[in-house]
Write a protein that binds this ligand. Structure first.
Ligand SMILES: NC(=O)c1ccc[n+]([C@@H]2O[C@H](COP(=O)([O-])OP(=O)(O)OC[C@H]3O[C@@H](n4cnc5c(N)ncnc54)[C@H](O)[C@@H]3O)[C@@H](O)[C@H]2O)c1
Length: 408
């Protein structure tokens, strides 16, 4: 047992919690002794057609085994096929009152950014661990800063290789879905071009242009090649283009993303997939309004990057309920939570990536977890009322406070 001095050194007083009374703890899982006992809240997602959930029952069990308490909103996992009973069997407790669940929790684990109706639940010192995309959400950013929530965004956590480990699994899913959704909206029923991406013997294949060759782009490539389409990928990262060329030899065309190359590729395309990202920042606008006139009538833009603002100037976020709109005869599909539609696969893939960081936050407390892991530190977007993500600060013209300095 550490001395009180050591406890104070490692964990400031505000991070230490009074343990929940023994009688209120479920005893189905074996608990470890921990220095900090956190209450982890798992609310039901309320974004349109969002069926994912922040923790699977087995992830809830991992938190409980680490000595924490997990509160689950009834029905939170149903959309992903996880019954309340599975969480209870894992040792979690059900909390029917959403407001109470947020109020009692030190750490809220979610999937999508909170909706405005959830802003009143924010409270000082709460750790919010979820996708946030703050660069395009001034109102959410203000709500987080004013309430003093410490917000860790999945999409800006980085690893030693500089990759985005908590974004990648969803990008893999969205990239694959982008081709399947694009193929559907190319159908005449949706005022698409009426082109079958694979073509048929004696008839040309469809053409797919992918803007950005990262995780979304690579997975879109994989599916589009599988369907038999002509595929062109544009990126500003030459190493990435070389990598794609090596894994898909003679199956794709890679082009450096100059304005001329983009316009030329747009003019050829039946399906355009927006997949560019500057981490934490708003998406560069690669398809300008006037470029739509270069495109073939009925061509489709699936702008996966719409969650950060979108590659096309004409994009705005849509929902699974009402996924498409038309501008100048071009079909735009801009659903900002595409993986929500394949909730079971997506929840499992997401939790595989987020659980290790979530456990670190719970076991060590936010400050020590971030100080011990620079990649997790890059996930910290808001801390004690300050904006700690350079991309968000730049996009929203806020003052940036370096998290290393604040936390130390
Ligand atoms: N809509 C959804 O449901 C959904 C799901 C998952 C991911 N996304 C979003 O998709 C986007 C892409 O994610 P990712 O994981 O593939 O990112 P990534 O970082 O793996 O790849 C982004 C690529 O864009 C390239 N890029 C940057 N600027 C460019 C430019 N000017 N021109 C061309 N390429 C450029 C980068 O070099 C990089 O290769 C992100 O905005 C992400 O949030 C959306």
């Amino acid at each position: 047992m550490p001395s009180l001095f050591l406890l104070d050194f490692y964990f400031p007083a505000r991070l230490r919690r009074t343990p929940a009374p023994r009688s209120s703890r479920p005893n189905t899982a074996k608990r470890k002794k921990v220095w900090i006992e956190m209450i982890i809240g798992l609310p039901k997602e309320i974004k349109n057609n969002e069926f994912r959930v922040g923790l699977t029952p087995s992830a809830a069990r991992a938190f409980i085994r680490a000595g924490h308490t997990v509160l689950v909103e009834p029905g939170a996992g149903l959309g992903a096929g996880f019954e309340d009973l599975e969480y209870v069997d894992a040792g979690a407790q059900l909390e029917k009152q959403t407001e109470q669940l947020w109020a009692k929790s030190n750490l809220i684990v979610k999937v999508k950014e909170p909706m405005p109706s959830e802003y009143p639940f924010f409270h000082k010192g709460l750790i919010l661990y979820t996708y946030l995309h703050l660069a395009v959400s001034p109102s959410l950013t203000q709500a987080l800063l004013h309430s003093g929530v410490n917000a860790v965004a999945y999409e800006t956590i980085s690893d030693q290789a500089g990759d985005l480990p908590c974004l990648t699994p969803m990008s893999e899913i969205a990239g694959r879905m982008a081709v399947q959704e694009g193929a559907k909206y190319l159908e005449k029923t949706y005022q698409g071009r009426g082109v079958l991406l694979s073509g048929v013997p004696g008839v040309e294949r469809g053409r797919v242009t992918i803007l950005g060759g990262g995780s979304v782009g690579t997975n879109a490539c994989r599916l589009a090649i599988g369907m038999g389409a002509h595929v062109t990928v544009l990126d500003i990262n030459s190493r990435r283009l070389a990598y794609l060329d090596s894994i898909f030899p003679r199956q794709i065309t890679t082009l450096y993303a100059t304005r001329d190359n983009i316009q030329h590729a747009l003019a050829q395309a039946d399906l355009v997939i927006g997949a560019a990202l500057l981490p934490g920042r708003s998406t560069p606008k690669l398809v300008e309004r006037e470029d739509l006139a270069l495109m073939k009538p009925g061509a489709v833009i699936v702008d996966v990057s719409v969650d950060q603002g979108g590659c096309a100037e004409t994009s705005h976020p849509t929902t699974h309920d009402d996924p498409i709109f038309y501008v100048d005869g071009i079909v735009h599909y801009c659903v900002s939570n595409m993986p929500g539609a394949v909730a079971r696969t997506a929840t499992q893939a997401l939790v595989n990536a987020t659980l290790p960081y979530g456990l670190k936050l719970a076991d060590r407390g936010l400050e020590n977890a971030c100080l011990s892991d620079p990649g997790l530190m890059t996930g910290l977007n808001c801390y004690a009322g300050q904006c700690t993500c350079p991309g968000v600060a730049e996009a929203l013209r806020l003052e940036y406070a370096a998290p290393e300095t604040l936390l130390a």
